[in-house]
Ligand binder design. Structure first.
Ligand code: SIN
Length: 541
């Protein structure tokens, strides 16, 4: 690796290899300041949630504007989907920067789908216009990740950055009131814990979908960055806002496989029907199947309960058969090749049969609180992507805004690495207790699914908090450390869901259905962390 240091050059460790981590690492390595960049990831570079993103990436480009769409409309849709709990400035930055980030991806070689010479634009829930770019039909995340991985590999090949795959970060190192690196184990040193010094650590570790029994996320989504930041005393925010994707192919009908059916399928015209054949979404929202995702997931859960109470089978289906009838029998296979291949391999013919679906945990709107440049409340610590929370998504993320967020805020963080003031966020001090009874990942998933799912209530959350306080996990190896991170994030989600005594966006409390006026965002800081982050701790007014 190149060891030259220029003025402004920093030793940067990026943790995580989803879109935000790959992009941050590539941009930092290419920065004229000549940063020394190490990208650390716990699996292979391609093992990330980004890889599974089907629908696409939202952007109002010049082409969209020429067709009547606008950045202002994207902003308005993002705020409406987020129940206006978003940070307005973050949303405006996100939407305004989209066109330029797409230009970069096109220049770097991402093969976005086209209709003739124009970019093909899809529609998804809560968008007022077709503005979702996709690649390979429904393998947008994989297509982007491939290009970014090639880029970081060639930068590494040229000695401009270092890659450490299969390396698990166990702790953030602190000294003199700031983060000074990471402790990790794994390749190339095996189980021996080693320390990697850094001037700046960027956490891009993704979410914690594995908190739930039903999830669209891979096994690696274990809340690692949030748990590391919590231990270091960083302020966390919006933790109660977890998005459930409405249409996971029901694992019971798919040999236990967890496979998401993209919202873009509803954008093409697929309907949600129940076991009696009734199309129920118009009963719940004027935008029916294209209502915001939290609304659709809640409606599915309610319809299942309603069916059960009437003695009907409590099943819900995604019916794409009308699309084939109107657009031809080859359309679904062409537009959604990955989904078509998967459902066909499972023996399902979605041209002629509706697919059984269930809501599943998908995306964590909350996370490590950052300013608009990815800075956390801890000096030397940045966070980007799903692990971070700049407030872009509010209480419910607009579909296909997350890949975009990864790009926009990774770029902003890289620009801010060398300078700037550590932000101070107001936060409630919170103490989480550690128990002595061993728990498994399955125990955790069962508890969190039943207490902090699509609908929550105070009594169940209180019992869950008590149970979580009695549990422990021994972080002896990577699997144990991941489960320990999940246990910590479960405690945080449950604490936040208990504290928010109203219903807004993806947080729905059956004991507090109406949203009282004036409720703000909830932030917490670890009152036990001795590290640099604790100076930011103060009561929220
Ligand atoms: C999907 O394709 O439905 C997922 C897209 C997203 O979560 O933004």
């Amino acid at each position: 690796m190149n060891t030259r240091r220029r003025t402004g050059s920093r030793r940067i460790v990026v943790v995580g290899s989803g879109i935000a981590g790959l992009y941050a690492a590539a941009l930092a390595a290419e920065d004229p300041d000549g940063h020394q960049v190490t990208l650390v990831t716990k699996g292979a570079l391609a093992q990330s949630n980004t890889w599974f993103a089907q629908g696409g990436i939202t952007a109002v480009t010049g082409q969209g504007e020429a067709a009547g769409d606008s950045v202002g409309a994207h902003v308005a849709d993002t705020l409406r989907a987020g129940a206006e709990m978003n940070d307005d400035d973050a949303v405006r930055l996100l939407c305004a920067a989209a066109g330029a980030e797409i230009d970069t991806l096109l220049r770097w070689g991402v093969p976005f789908d086209r209709k003739g010479t124009l970019l093909a634009l899809g529609l998804e829930g809560a968008h007022s216009a077709a503005r979702i770019l996709h690649a390979g039909g429904d393998r947008t995340g994989a297509a982007i990740a491939e290009v970014l991985i090639n880029r970081v590999m060639s930068l590494a090949g040229a000695g401009r950055m270092e890659l450490r795959e299969h390396s698990f970060v166990t702790r953030l190192l602190e000294s003199g009131g700031r983060i000074t690196g990471v402790e990790l184990f794994g390749a190339p040193d095996g189980d021996v814990r080693t320390q990697l010094p850094a001037d700046v650590v960027v956490l891009a570790t993704g979410g914690a979908g594995q908190l739930y029994e039903a999830t669209t996320n891979p096994d690696t989504a274990t809340g690692d960055g949030v748990a590391l930041a919590w231990a270091a005393g960083a302020v966390l925010t919006d933790l109660e806002f977890i998005q459930f994707h409405p249409t996971l192919l029901d694992p019971a009908a798919a040999n236990g496989t967890a496979f998401m059916i993209s919202e873009a399928v509803r954008g093409e015209g697929a309907l949600l029907v129940d076991s009696t054949g009734h199309r129920f979404m118009p009963d719940y929202h004027p935008d029916a199947e294209l209502a915001p995702r939290d609304v659709v997931s809640r409606a599915i859960c309610r319809q299942r309960l309603l069916l059960g109470s009437r003695g009907e089978a409590p099943d819900v289906y995604l019916d794409a058969t009308g699309i084939s009838r109107v657009k031809g029998p080859d359309f679904l296979a062409r537009r959604f090749p990955t989904i078509h291949h998967t459902v066909t391999a499972l023996g399902l013919d979605w041209n002629t049969q509706p697919l059984p679906v269930v809501p599943a945990s998908h995306y964590w709107m909350g996370g490590i609180r950052t300013d608009l440049d990815g800075r956390t409340s801890v000096p030397g610590l940045f966070a980007v992507g799903e692990a971070a929370c700049a407030g872009v998504h509010g209480a419910n993320r607009l579909a296909s805004n997350s890949l975009l967020e990864g790009l926009v805020f990774a770029r902003r963080a890289v620009r801010a690495l060398a300078a700037g003031k550590t932000p101070v966020f107001e936060a409630l001090p919170l103490e989480l207790s550690e128990g002595t009874t061993h728990c498994t990942r399955a125990d955790l998933q069962q508890l969190v699914s039943s207490a902090a799912g699509v609908a929550r209530d105070g009594a169940t959350l209180e019992l869950a908090a008590k149970q979580l306080g009695e549990w422990t996990v021994e972080p002896a190896d990577q699997a144990g450390a991941e489960d320990a991170n999940l246990l910590a994030t479960a405690r945080l989600v449950v604490a936040a869901a208990r504290a928010r005594e109203n219903s807004v966006g993806a947080h729905y409390r059956t004991d507090f259905e109406a949203r009282p006026a004036g409720s703000g965002r909830l932030s917490f800081v670890n009152s036990r962390a001795g590290g640099p982050g604790n100076s930011a701790s103060q009561e929220q007014p």
